[in-house]
Design a protein around this ligand. Structure first.
Ligand code: PGA
Length: 245
């Protein structure tokens, strides 16, 4: 399975900063056939990102969020179809900031996953527990519950199109990282769930304070197929080092 190194820029880097980023990132990134690099810039920077790396087939683009309708009176939203037309191939769904800052529910994630597939794009579904849920021993229950809810209406073929990101909420933007062992345990539970449904090939990424210093160790942990990097993906040299590791 190809490693997936993904950068979630969150609400950072407009079009000019995006161009500047790729001017520095591209020379530093050593492409290899065993990996794919994927960026989630803000939607308004997608065109700049696409232009900056034209003809690089080993780098993919996505958006961080879509609405589930095709079009309509939903001020401020974009549809998966629009994201596809603008050059996205992937869509993040269910990121913990969407869930906790914007109140997105499991049912919203289910509708968004379906909309992404309807538009011919690929969902990267994020799941993860809070620190309270971890302390209460509820990690599997929470992450498998989120996975189950978001994929309830999918066929086996559709399930196979997903990418999954395990992102413990307590590790996102906190500098605190799950140990490679913690990540492997959670990923193994997700993998079992997927395998029972004939979708064991779905890549499972780890996210949460991934940095150049810890990326290689996390990437070599059992069941970890890639990393989803937030803060550290904004630094072109550092992210090139992660992507080349
Ligand atoms: P972080 O964010 O790397 O800044 O912790 C990860 C994410 O939110 O995807």
């Amino acid at each position: 399975m190809r490693r997936v190194i993904a950068g979630n820029w969150k609400m950072h880097q407009g079009p000019a900063a995006t161009q500047a980023f790729f001017r520095k990132f591209l020379p530093g990134y050593q492409a290899a056939p065993d990996r794919v690099v994927l960026f989630f810039p803000p939607a308004v920077s997608l065109a700049a990102a696409r232009d900056a790396m034209r003809a690089r087939e080993d780098i993919e683009l996505g958006v961080q969020n879509v609405h589930w309708e095709i079009e309509g009176a939903f001020t401020g939203e974009i549809s998966a179809e629009m994201a596809a037309e603008a050059g996205a191939r992937f869509v993040l769904v269910g990121h913990s900031e969407r869930r906790h800052v914007f109140g997105e529910t499991d049912d919203d994630t289910r509708r968004k996953v379906a909309a992404v597939l309807r538009a011919g794009l690929l969902p990267m579904l994020c799941v993860g527990e809070t620190i309270e849920q971890r302390r209460a021993g509820r990690v599997d229950e929470v992450i498998l519950g989120q996975l189950e809810a978001a994929t309830a209406s999918l066929s086996r073929e559709e399930l196979g199109l997903l990418a999954l990101a395990y992102e413990p909420v307590w590790a996102i933007g906190t500098g605190e990282t799950a140990t490679p062992e913690d990540a492997s345990v959670a990923h193994a539970a997700l993998r079992r769930w997927l395998a029972e449904r004939g979708a064991e090939e779905v890549p499972i990424l780890y996210g949460g304070s991934v940095k150049p210093e810890n990326a290689a160790q996390l990437l070599s942990a059992p069941e970890v197929d890639g990393v989803l990097v937030g803060g550290a993906s904004l630094d072109p040299e550092g992210f090139a080092a992660i992507a080349s590791s």
